[in-house]
Design a protein around this ligand. Structure first.
Ligand code: B12
Ligand code: SF4
Length: 524
């Protein structure tokens, strides 16, 4: 049977669906004869999801349905769908005021409703699409993947239709094999009702593939809604420059999804891809790498890439990325500014070198500061988001004071209005060292369900252990009350008012050693 592949990006905030775009491009390059279509539910009003999906399937009659599911988890510190989940959670857990507690409980109920509603809705769309496609082609296959599936592949299988293929990580080689009709035995996937996910499936290395520039002429020809993303002027369109992260940060799953082996896409190909978007009017790019500069040895690759961006004449673009700011040089800083970087996120998690080491993050905070000074000297005058997650491991009042000192120094460098402290609490994810630690210490029981958001599960998954948990709860509640529109800065101010600030040198002084290989140890 000739393959006809329909890519359905499940409902999502309007983030450019780069995953399905790359998959369709890859398949087209190998099998130009295969008919493909992209259908993005991110651009469809919720009321029309089911009918729009039906209409698309009726018209295209796919033999292979590729469902891409981007995100599920909602412990965001920012107002998300249906409100601010972190705020409601903290109001419910930590407020002593019964009215605020009640408000938190009601907010959480609403969020839980939205969360389960979205879950069931997406599962329903997959089932509905499968039935509909099988009306036309009884042998039609269904494969489900994307960021959310990679994180929750074990749990999602229970609710998917029998025969659905559940994929972890990159989907290129899996689709290749499906088109060729080859065995999927060595792929990072399992089939619902037929095979079980292998033990440690997610830790298996992804297949190395050579990435070439995405062919947007082709993509435009198979995707009616592409225009939607071209029209929105403030939109950051995704471009991937590499895959993989070699680090070992205790709470992070990126390094497992993408693997530790960093695979750099040739700079010419990345630039050729950007140029096609540029010619279609796109001026904002998000380099969707887990980290744009994962380690010092990738600095030269990024220098080459940015030089080629300049040479290509794309002078009026802006770009953003996750940046490990310990891996910068003055030359790179200069190029970052010249090529239009206007936003970046640094995930140092804590301003205490001692804690950064304990969390296995491999960051040298002193180097980060020096590199930030170089970036400022190169003329960077835009926004930096610094991600802090308090209370991950061994936090004390002293380490909080150190984080404040560190943050104030970043403010000195960039200007207080340019440094946005993003206060997260870690949403514990499966397959991370932190999960292992929680299981070993009986905070979680084996077999717990990470997708369950009942209050007693959330209390454990939203990582904020005692003895400091209630203290942070109280500080955050005060910050939301005092300045709900500038929560992060307010948290920093309150912490400083209550605890003071350590000398900067103390924050930077913990000796750097290799990340430990033994299990994490919590003193709390
Ligand atoms: C870059 C990024 C962002 C950027 C996106 C910028 C942009 N304009 O694109 C920003 C910072 C904005 C962002 C925000 C958020 N993100 Co984010 N983000 C990422 C990151 C690092 C890369 C995603 C990416 O684009 N990769 C490149 C593309 C090419 O890969 P891809 O889309 O995953 O597709 C590949 C595979 O997944 C697979 N695939 C995809 N679909 C399918 C389908 C089938 C059938 C198959 C076989 C394979 C397959 O093949 C594709 C090609 O290889 C991932 C983590 C990671 N390392 O994957 C998190 C990740 C996707 N984000 C996540 C989340 C939760 C969020 C937020 C909701 C966080 C929050 N709480 O606020 C927000 C909001 C997003 C929204 N919808 O509004 C989660 C989603 C899973 C979950 N936990 O629910 C991830 C996986 C991180 C994590 N481990 O928690 N994010
Ligand atoms: S550097 Fe970033 S992407 Fe890499 S493991 Fe650490 S937190 Fe994850």
């Amino acid at each position: 049977m000739e393959s006809r592949i329909l890519y359905v990006r499940l409902p999502c905030n309007p983030i450019f669906p780069i995953g399905v775009v790359y998959l369709a491009d890859h398949v087209h390059k190998l099998f130009p004869q295969v008919q493909q279509r992209i259908f993005d539910l991110g651009t469809v009003p919720p009321i029309d999801y089911a009918t729009a999906l039906d209409a698309c399937i009726d018209e295209f009659q796919p033999t292979l349905l590729v469902f891409s599911w981007r995100d599920i988890q909602i412990y965001a510190p920012v107002g998300g769908r249906g409100g601010n989940p972190l705020q409601y959670t903290f109001e419910f857990f930590y407020s002593r005021n019964p009215l605020v507690k009640l408000k938190g409980a009601l907010g959480l109920l609403r969020i839980a409703g939205g969360y389960y509603g979205e879950l069931w809705q997406n599962l329903g769309l997959i089932k509905r699409g499968t039935r509909r496609a099988q009306r036309y082609n009884p042998e039609a296959k269904v494969v489900v993947g994307g960021g959310a599936v990679s994180v929750f592949y074990e749990q999602l299988g229970k609710s998917l239709p029998k025969g659905a293929i559940v994929s972890v990580g990159e989907g290129e080689t899996l689709l290749e094999k499906l088109v060729r009709g080859e065995s999927l035995q060595n792929e990072r996937c399992y089939v619902v009702g037929e095979t079980q996910p292998r033990d440690r499936l997610i830790h298996e290395a992804p297949a190395p593939i050579e990435k070439t520039a995405c062919n947007y002429d082709y993509i435009q020809s198979i995707w009616n809604e592409f225009e939607y993303y071209l029209q929105a002027e403030d939109f950051y369109v995704g471009v991937q420059t590499k895959r993989g992260c070699p680090h070992n940060c205790c709470y992070c799953i990126y390094t497992v999804i993408e693997g530790k082996q960093v695979r750099v896409n040739p700079a010419d190909e990345v630039v050729a891809e950007m140029r096609q978007l540029y010619d279609r009017g796109i001026r904002n790019f998000w380099f969707t790498d887990a980290q744009l500069i994962p380690a010092r040895k990738y600095i030269d690759d990024v220098v080459e890439l940015l030089q080629k961006v300049l040479q290509a004449g794309m002078q009026d673009i802006h770009w953003a990325a996750y940046i490990r700011a310990d891996n910068l040089t003055p030359e790179l800083c200069d190029l970052m500014v010249k090529t239009g970087m206007n936003y970046f996120e640094i995930g140092i998690t804590s301003g205490s070198q001692e804690l950064v080491r304990k969390m296995r993050m491999g960051y040298n905070l002193r180097t980060v500061l020096q590199n930030c000074r170089d970036l400022k000297a190169a003329g960077f005058n835009d926004l930096v988001s610094v991600n802090y997650s308090f209370n991950v491991i061994d936090e004390t009042l002293d380490t909080i004071r150190q984080t404040i000192a560190y943050h104030r120094e970043l403010e000195n460098i960039f200007g207080a209005d340019k440094v946005e402290p993003a206060i997260f609490f870690i949403g514990l994810q499966p397959h991370t060292h932190l999960e292992e630690f929680a299981l070993q210490n009986e905070v979680l029981r084996p077999g717990y369900d990470p997708m369950n958001i009942k209050p007693w599960t959330v209390r454990k998954l939203l990582w904020n252990p005692e003895p400091l948990g209630s203290f942070f709860g109280e500080v955050c509640l005060q910050a939301w009350k005092r300045n709900p529109n500038d929560f992060g800065r307010e948290v920093m101010n309150i912490l400083e008012e209550r605890l003071g600030r350590a000398p900067l040198e103390e924050a930077l002084s913990a000796p750097i050693v290799e990340p430990p290989t033994k299990p994490l140890v919590l003193s709390a």
